[in-house]
Design a binder for this molecule. Structure first.
Ligand SMILES: *[C@@H]1O[C@H](CO)[C@@H](O)[C@H](O)[C@H]1NC(C)=O
Ligand SMILES: *[C@@H]1O[C@H](CO)[C@@H](O)[C@H](O)[C@H]1NC(C)=O
Ligand SMILES: *[C@@H]1O[C@H](CO)[C@@H](O)[C@H](O)[C@H]1NC(C)=O
Ligand SMILES: *[C@@H]1O[C@H](CO)[C@@H](O)[C@H](O)[C@H]1NC(C)=O
Ligand SMILES: *[C@@H]1O[C@H](CO)[C@@H](O)[C@H](O)[C@H]1NC(C)=O
Length: 428
C-alpha cells in the first residue's frame, strides 16, 4: 500500500502510522466507496450502484449501501463479520434464499423503502440469531410467509409499516418474545386472526393505525402483558370488546379515534371498560345510531345501555382465517361479501423508484442515514389522548450508540477530503 507524503504533511506521519495498523493484504475499498474505522465500515451510499460491489473488505462490520439502485441480493454477497447492513432505498425486487444465512453477527438489517420488493422467501432471515432490528417498511409486501420470523429470538424492533399487508396469520411472531416494537400501520390489514400476536410477551408498542380493521378477535391481545401503547385509529372498527382491552394490564395509551363506532348495545362492554380504566384514551366518537352520532362513547350515560341484554358478549366476528392459499394469490372472501381481486393481486401499483430517488433532497442522499423518525413523527398530529403526554425517549436502535451521523473518523479531526487525498482510494 504505497503512501506518498508531501513535505508539508510530514507532521501527520504518526497519525498516519496509526491508520496503517490495518493488516496488510486487507481487501481494498471498493471504487466510489469510503472506508473507515472503527468499527470497520464500508460506506457506498448514493452511488447509483445497480449491484452490490463484488469484492468487499472481509472484515467490514458495517456496510452502508442505501440510496442506490441495487435490484437483486444473492447468497455470497455479504461477509460474516457484518453487524450492520443498510440496504434501504434501493430497487431490490428479489432476495435469493441464503443471502443472509451466514451473517451470524448481524444486529441490524434495513431493507426498507424498496418499492419493488413484493415477496420474501420463508427462509430469508433464518439463522440471524443476533438480529435486533429488522426494517421492512415501505416495500410492497402483501403477505408474509408463516415462518419468516422463526427463531429470531433477539429481535426487538420490527418495522413493517407502509406495505400492502392484508392479513396476518396465526403465530407469525411466535418466537419473538424479545420484541418491543411492532409497527404495522399504513397497511391494508382488514383481518387479524385470533392468535396472530401469540408469543409477544415483551411487546411494548403495537401500532395498527391506518389499516382496514373491521373487528378484532376477543382474545387477540391475550399475550401482550407488557404492552403500553396501542394505536387503532383510522380503521373501520365499529365494535371492540372491553374484554379484549382488559387483557392488557400494562396499557397506558390507547388511540381509537377515526373509527365508525357503533354506540348501541354492542358498545356496552367497551363503555364499561372505559368507566374503570386509567388508560389515557383518544376520543371515541360515535358514528351510529343516528341519535348518538358525534357524541363521545366514553361519556355516554349508563342509561343508554340499560335495556341491553345483561350478558352482552361481544360477537367475536367470524374467523375468516389467513389461509396459506392466500400466499399464492388466491382470491379471498371479503367480510362484506364483495370480491377482493384487487387486494389479492398485490394492492396499489408500484411507485416508480427513480422518481422517488429524485425526490430525495441531495443532502439526505449523501448522509449515511436519514434521521430516524422521531417520537413526534409517530405520535404527533394524530389527535391526542386525554390526560397524558406520551413518554419521550428512544424509539429504536437509531438512538443507540450506532453512529448515524456524517462520516466520522473518530480519532482524527482532519477533514475527510484531506485524508482521502493523502491516502488514496485503497487504504482500508
Ligand atoms: C445518479 O443518477 C441520477 C439520475 O440519473 C443523477 O442525477 C445523479 O447525479 C447520479 N448520482 C451519482 C452519484 O452518480
Ligand atoms: C427497478 O427494478 C425493476 C424490476 O423490479 C426494473 O424494471 C426497473 O427498471 C428498475 N429501476 C431502475 C431505476 O433500475
Ligand atoms: C430473549 O428472551 C429470552 C426469554 O424470553 C431470554 O432468555 C433471552 O436472553 C433474550 N435474548 C436476548 C438477546 O435478549
Ligand atoms: C385519519 O382519518 C381521517 C378521516 O377519517 C383523516 O382526515 C386523517 O388524515 C387520517 N389520519 C391519518 C394519520 O391517516
Ligand atoms: C365492501 O367494502 C368495500 C370497501 O370496504 C366497499 O367499497 C364496498 O362497497 C362494500 N360492498 C358492499 C356490498 O357492501
Amino acid at each position: 500500500m504505497p503512501l506518498r507524503l508531501r513535505p508539508p504533511l510530514y507532521g501527520l506521519a504518526p497519525v498516519l502510522l496509526t491508520l496503517l495498523a490495518v493488516p496488510l493484504g486487507a481487501p481494498t475499498c471498493p471504487m466510489l466507496c469510503t472506508c473507515y474505522f472503527p468499527p470497520p465500515t464500508v460506506s457506498c451510499q448514493a452511488n447509483n450502484f445497480s449491484s452490490v460491489p463484488r469484492v468487499l473488505p472481509h472484515n467490514a462490520q458495517r456496510l452502508f449501501l442505501q440510496n442506490n439502485l441495487i435490484g437483486t441480493l444473492r447468497a455470497g454477497m455479504f461477509g460474516p463479520s457484518l453487524v450492520t447492513l443498510w440496504l434501504y432505498s434501493n430497487n431490490i425486487s428479489s432476495i435469493q434464499s441464503g443471502t443472509f444465512r451466514h451473517l451470524q453477527a448481524l444486529e441490524e438489517l434495513d431493507l426498507g423503502d424498496n418499492r419493488n420488493l413484493r415477496t420474501l422467501d420463508p427462509d430469508t432471515f433464518h439463522g440471524l440469531e443476533r438480529l435486533q432490528s429488522l426494517h421492512l417498511y415501505r416495500c410492497q409486501l402483501s403477505s408474509l410467509p408463516n415462518t419468516i420470523f422463526r427463531n429470531l429470538f433477539s429481535l426487538q424492533y420490527l418495522y413493517l409499516q407502509e406495505n400492502n399487508l392484508l392479513c396476518l396469520q396465526d403465530d407469525l411472531f411466535v418466537d419473538l418474545a424479545n420484541l418491543s416494537h411492532l409497527f404495522l400501520h399504513g397497511n391494508k390489514i382488514w383481518q387479524l386472526s385470533e392468535n396472530v400476536f401469540r408469543g409477544l410477551s415483551g411487546l411494548d408498542r403495537l401500532l395498527l393505525h391506518r389499516n382496514r380493521l373491521h373487528t378484532i378477535p376477543t382474545w387477540a391481545f391475550r399475550d401482550l402483558r407488557k404492552l403500553t401503547i396501542l394505536y387503532l385509529f383510522n380503521n373501520s372498527l365499529t365494535t371492540l370488546s372491553g374484554e379484549t382491552l382488559s387483557n392488557l394490564p400494562s396499557l397506558e395509551f390507547l388511540r381509537l379515534n377515526n373509527n365508525p363506532w357503533a354506540c348501541d348495545c354492542r358498545a356496552r362492554s367497551l363503555w364499561i371498560w372505559f368507566q374503570h380504566t386509567r388508560v389515557s384514551i383518544s376520543d371515541v366518537i360515535c358514528a351510529s345510531p343516528a341519535e348518538r352520532k358525534g357524541r363521545d362513547m366514553r361519556y355516554l350515560k349508563g342509561t343508554v345501555f340499560q335495556d341491553c341484554p345483561p350478558t352482552n358478549h361481544q360477537p367475536v366476528g367470524f374467523d375468516w382465517g389467513c389461509r396459506p392459499e392466500w400466499e399464492n394469490g388466491a382470491v379471498h372472501p371479503h367480510p362484506n361479501g364483495s370480491s377482493n381481486h384487487l387486494y389479492g393481486l398485490g394492492g396499489s401499483p408500484p411507485a416508480d423508484p427513480s422518481s422517488f430517488y429524485r425526490d430525495v433532497p441531495a443532502n439526505e442522499i449523501r448522509s449515511p442515514k436519514y434521521d430516524p423518525p422521531t417520537e413526534d413523527d409517530y405520535w404527533g398530529s394524530y389527535g391526542s389522548e386525554e390526560g397524558g403526554q406520551l413518554k419521550k425517549g428512544c424509539s429504536g436502535p437509531g438512538c443507540t450508540s450506532l453512529d448515524s451521523g456524517a462520516i466520522r473518523i473518530g480519532f482524527l479531526s482532519l477533514p475527510l477530503p484531506c485524508l482521502l487525498m493523502l491516502l488514496g482510494p485503497s487504504w482500508f
